[in-house]
Design a protein around this ligand. Structure first.
Ligand code: FAE
Length: 558
């Protein structure tokens, strides 16, 4: 092991620079294995050339690693950086693509208004959460099947949206980086020191992810008229609104407004990826991890099976696919420490399969339990004609209605954009309701896959809360709900979530730091640890929790 724990800003930015160039050059020539080259490592002065053991084929990986991480979303990326800084040779395995190369249109990612194969994970047609504009089929498009960035998985009673790419959900999300209310955090995670989280880990990740708030001049522009109208109508009904911090760089957005740079956040680049401005994981944690020289990233490669031998070594079965989705290589790798960062559904599926097929029979009955949708749903209202919301809107929300402490209709409802290109007089909301219902994830032997089980009556609890809140706004402003956006003909989405949480709960399926009960050296590092409702958007908490847990694991288990 080669120790390189030097965390000053200069070292960090040099590592990030080297990591970005490794990601970009690998993407350019279509490599699925990404790490610093021997020359880069030697030039950076971290190794003498004789230390460069583990010869690899140009696009190959070694057969054994001290640590393997499954998934490159928030939990996986944090763990990779911190293990890499400790000098632990770590392999990150990601089933999605590395997006660092412009296509023939000069863009890496496509827009929401002109989606193509880059948008969705192997689908023939886009499946955006909004279906139509005024009932007209203007949103979804036929596309080529391709390993695009966003996946929509149909489960039993609910659809789940996920990022499927290097960077996981960070590539497709709306960038809202919200710290939960402290008293609610203490209620749902009583064994986690809130002092540690609020004084150390939340500040650390806000810094790492470049969280910022919209400046007044940008908020006053036409691009946020939708949000100002949303605030005005909410306040008319007596509701409070709150600022919603974001990882979108508002200095960049200011240049978009002035016309000095190409439009990105103002150019409909959100859920199918963002070409500039958003601080996704491929711009911070992931390149910094690769830049330590100790982290190798293998993309387009899915972990299909986890086994353990009598010496406690974990063995993973892998399938590498091409852009048509065909399996082009099957591999096997082993490790001493295995960290699961495949997200709530991905991690639960891998562990449920291992338990149910007898590969890891000592996994507890808690695996798959405690799953929640974070109370997530979408709903639309129509405004009076003087409350027009603008055809051009920023894709990145910055305000929410904070009614969380109301015992009757507890919800945090973000004022979401509807950048339709035409005036719609519509206020769209992404609500997080205080829905206490929990589903579960179960493994189906016949399909060899896991399904979320979520009933209609469980969804209705959240919808009733949201409608109670928005009925009040409609009454105060003499307005009504907007139909014509959702295919079900109503003013709200069919059950879906952007925020799957739980499945391997902290202190139930794992100990207080994500060590999986029943096995040594097996860890969960992602959103499956968290209870199914955080009261706010989850990635900041997933990231902060991953920082807390990996710090403890490095101090105690290495
Ligand atoms: P995640 O980011 O999902 O990463 C898991 C990774 O594992 C993915 O890259 C998978 O491809 C990969 N993977 C899964 N299975 C395997 C396997 N078997 N082998 C190899 N790789 C595998 O997990 N949250 C916010 O806080 N604010 C927002 O504004 C926001 N907006 C969102 C908008 C959209 C459209 C979506 C889909 C999500 C949004 N979220 C938002 C949710 C947030 O992105 C999500 O909670 C986190 O990304 C979850 O982080 P994890 O590390 O748990």
């Amino acid at each position: 092991m080669t120790k390189q724990k030097n965390n000053d800003a200069h070292t960090f930015s040099r590592r990030r620079f080297l990591g970005v160039s490794a990601l970009t050059s690998a993407s350019a020539i279509g490599l699925t294995t990404i790490s610093l080259s021997a020359t880069q490592k030697a030039q950076a002065g971290w190794f003498s050339p004789t230390e460069l053991v583990q010869p690899q084929a140009p696009d190959g990986i070694a057969s054994h690693y001290p640590a393997i991480i499954i998934g490159s979303g928030y939990g996986g990326a944090v763990s990779a950086l911190r293990l890499g800084e400790e000098g632990v040779q770590t392999l990150v395995i990601e089933m999605g693509m590395n997006w660092n190369q412009a296509a023939s249109d000069g863009k890496t990612f496509c827009t929401m208004t002109k989606p193509d194969g880059r948008s969705f994970w192997f689908k023939d047609r886009t499946e955006a959460p909004l279906d139509t504009i005024f009932g007209i089929d203007l949103v979804n498009r036929n596309i080529d099947r391709y390993p695009g960035v966003l996946d929509r998985m149909q489960h039993d009673g609910i659809d789940v949206f996920l990022g499927r790419c290097v960077g996981g959900g960070s590539i497709v999300n709306g960038g809202m980086a919200v710290t939960p209310k402290r008293d609610y955090f203490e209620e749902i995670l009583p064994n986690v020191s809130s002092d540690d989280m609020y004084d150390t880990y939340y500040p650390r990740v806000r810094d790492m992810l470049n969280v910022n708030e919209v400046p007044e001049d940008i908020y006053a522009s036409k691009y946020y008229r939708f949000s100002r109208v949303g605030e005005k109508t909410a306040e008319k009904a007596g509701f409070k609104t709150a600022s919603v911090p974001n990882v979108y760089d508002f200095n960049y957005m200011r240049q978009e407004i002035s016309g000095d740079v190409e439009k990105s956040g103002l150019g409909n680049e959100v859920i199918y990826g963002n070409n500039a401005g958003k601080q996704s994981l491929d711009r911070n944690y992931i390149p910094a991890a690769i830049g330590t020289g100790n982290v190798t990233l293998r993309c387009m490669t899915k972990v299909t099976r986890i086994q353990q031998d009598s010496n406690g070594i974990y063995h993973l079965s892998l399938e590498t696919i091409n852009v048509s989705g065909e399996v082009i290589e099957t591999l096997s790798v082993s490790c001493e420490k295995l960290l699961l960062g495949a997200g709530s559904i991905g991690t639960s599926e891998l562990l449920l399969r291992a338990r149910e097929t007898g590969d890891l029979p000592n996994l507890s009955e808690e695996i798959g339990q405690g799953w929640g949708n974070n109370g997530n749903l979408m709903l639309a209202r129509k405004n009076k004609f003087w409350d027009y919301t603008g055809g051009q809107q920023s894709g990145f929300p910055v305000r929410g209605i904070d009614n969380w402490d109301d015992p009757e209709f507890p919800a945090f409802a973000e004022l979401a954009p509807l950048p339709a290109g035409i005036e719609t007089y519509t206020s769209l909301y992404l609500a997080i309701t205080k829905n206490p219902e929990r589903g579960h994830i179960q493994y189906d032997v016949a399909t060899d896959s896991a399904t979320v089980v979520w009933r209609a009556d469980q969804e209705k609890v959240g919808l009733d809360i949201a409608e109670g809140l928005f009925d009040k706004i409609n009454a105060a402003t003499r307005t009504d709900y907007r139909t014509g956006l959702f295919s079900n003909g109503t003013h709200h989405s069919d059950p879906f979530t952007y925020h799957p949480l739980g499945g391997c709960l902290l202190n139930k399926a794992t100990d207080n730091y994500g060590r999986v009960n029943g096995y040594q050296n097996l860890y969960v590092v992602d959103g499956s640890l968290l209870p199914g409702n955080l009261g706010v958007n989850p990635f900041l908490t997933i990231t902060a929790m991953a920082e807390r847990n990996i710090e403890h694991i490095i101090a105690n288990d290495l």
